[in-house]
Design a protein around this ligand. Structure first.
Ligand SMILES: [Zn+2]
Length: 70
């Protein structure tokens, strides 16, 4: 049986970390989203650039950065 509470909690955590990430980027980086990833030079998809103001990396490199930071 699928634990719905568990799933809901995971969703909330995801949203929260996304919001925190956005706030952190707004505080420390210029609000201009990069067109190309800072790490791998791949183009950053437009939806991601809109969703994450000031984004400098693609999703994959962002994930790698998070891992490194942890
Ligand atoms: Zn990248």
């Amino acid at each position: 049986m699928v634990d719905l509470v568990e799933m809901a909690n995971e969703l909330v955590e995801l949203r929260l970390s996304e919001a925190l990430e956005r706030q952190r980027q707004q505080g420390s980086l210029p609000m201009v989203s990069a067109e190309f990833c800072e790490d791998c030079d791949e183009p950053i998809p437009e939806p991601r650039r809109v969703a994450v103001p000031g984004v400098q990396t693609c999703i994959e490199c962002q994930g790698r950065r998070e891992v490194r930071r942890a």
